[in-house]
Ligand binder design. Structure first.
Ligand code: GLY
Ligand code: MN
Ligand code: MN
Length: 442
């Protein structure tokens, strides 16, 4: 069986989804799992629909991301059923007839109108765990989202199947193609908008298909963590470039960040290189049994070591962490689970039956507090930024003397640095999904 061929791995994945669903239904006391793919949503007082986003509970079963008004039905002991909506419609392109590696595993029923699904759903809605959003309600089938079912399914989604990992590897390959094109556009003097277009073109995905909005930030814009403005004019000069951009593969995400210095900006390049080297070490710390909260705290210390080396702070990393100075330079979490959703679910889950592992005090933006297990895919995304609002808070807290403000003034025009890879936790060494793809791309 090929390690990277999703078609060859799908049947094992589906078997795992069925096992999880069977256990969840038995524990919660339901007879059927019913998952609507979701509906189109319309803008208020308008006939324009928002970009369709498939129900993530649906796309973990099926590689179908553009199939609204469809339903997955699973009854333990039976073949799963797919109610496949393929309207007669000459206004829009309708979904192709079912095809692909998944088809042979399902009983498929084509419907032409959404309400035709009713005759194909189980007889008694009260016996169904129905996972979805309220707008998907059809007749008596209103999503009830039983916590016992959701908690179980979402907890187990933390560990990816080989099929999911194969798709995530594909998503890396797509995104790296875009990152290479984006770097070339930056070096040619392009604007943020032009870089974004070069990225989408190289990936072959537009904004609605990408797993999240591209962050394409030149110069000071890199200090805005979720900068998505896409300036139409290239700054004169472009000194630095931060790109946080992913790609999708059959509904699975990549989420990659790189930071570049323009030629001649050697000191900023050296700071980027130092963060890059620290990030590689953090990726290597992804090991089964390691607490991700510790990885986050260790990242603070490592990044403050970099700032100390570059003369930006005057205190030890430990002091910078204890006084909140480090949070002014590194104000987000070290990363998150990733999979069918870029910020994948159950990052705080204490177990398959629910419960929550809180964030450490003073770290309000960490999105993952679990102990790492083989099969988990996480991002590792340390950053250093020069954000006046946060640096002012350091002054107000009486810690201005911890910082060398001339060095801040020197680096502020570059905005900031973030380096982000996906890492698979294994039984042994960490498997960095991103770096080998950049290396192979040359
Ligand atoms: N692109 C959003 C994130 O890195 O989490
Ligand atoms: Mn990112
Ligand atoms: Mn991320």
């Amino acid at each position: 069986m090929s390690q990277n061929d999703p078609g060859a791995l799908y049947s094992q994945h589906l078997g795992e989804m069925i096992r999880r669903a069977d256990t969840a239904l038995a524990r919660a006391g339901f007879d059927h799992l019913v998952v609507p793919s979701g509906t189109l949503h319309y803008q208020v007082f308008d006939d324009r629909d928002y970009p369709y986003a498939v129900n993530p509970q649906f796309k973990t079963w099926l590689p179908l991301t553009r199939l609204p008004y469809s339903w997955l039905i699973h009854t333990p002991g039976e073949r799963p059923t797919l109610v496949f909506y393929q309207p007669f419609d000459y206004w829009h392109v309708v979904p192709d007839a079912p095809s692909g590696w998944w088809v042979e595993h399902f009983d498929i029923h084509i419907i032409r109108k959404p309400e035709e699904a009713l005759a194909l759903l189980p007889a008694d809605p009260s016996r169904c765990a129905i996972l979805g959003e309220p707008q998907s309600t059809l007749g008596g089938f209103a999503p009830n989202n039983p916590p016992a079912v959701i908690n179980h399914l979402e907890w187990h989604r933390g560990c990816k199947t080989p099929y999911e990992i194969a798709l995530m590897r594909q998503a890396q390959v797509h995104a790296v193609r875009g990152h290479r094109a984006a770097e070339a556009a930056f070096r040619a003097g392009a604007s943020e908008f032009e870089i974004h277009m070069a990225y989408c073109s190289a990936v072959g995905q537009d904004a609605n298909e990408l797993p999240y909005g591209n962050i394409i930030a030149l110069n000071e814009h890199a200090a805005v963590l979720h900068y998505t403005e896409l300036g139409r004019n290239a700054p004169q000069p472009s000194r630095s470039f931060l790109i946080d951009a992913g790609a999708s593969a059959h509904g699975y995400a990549s989420d990659i960040t790189r930071t570049y210095a323009a030629a001649g900006h050697d000191e900023f390049q050296a700071l980027v290189d130092a963060v890059d080297a620290a990030q590689i070490r953090m990726c290597q710390a992804v090991r089964a049994g390691f607490d991700y909260r510790q990885l986050h705290v260790d990242a603070h210390l490592s990044l403050m070591g970099v700032l100390k080396d570059f003369g930006v702070i005057n205190v030890s990393p430990e002091t910078a962490l204890a006084t909140g100075v480090s949070a002014a330079f590194f104000p987000h979490g070290i990363g998150h689970l990733i999979g069918a959703q870029v910020h994948d679910v159950a990052g705080f889950a204490a177990g398959e039956n629910g419960g929550r592992i809180e964030r450490p005090d003073g770290h309000p933006y960490l999105r993952l507090t679990r102990v790492l297990e083989p099969g988990m895919t996480v991002t590792i995304e340390p950053g250093l930024y020069f954000i006046d609002m946060l640096l002012d808070e350091v002054k107000q807290a009486g810690n201005a003397a911890s910082i060398n403000w001339e060095r801040v003034d020197f680096f502020r025009p570059y905005g900031g640095i973030r380096i982000e890879d996906e890492v698979l936790c294994t039984d042994g060494e960490a498997d960095n999904l991103t770096r080998p793809v950049f290396a192979a791309a040359g």
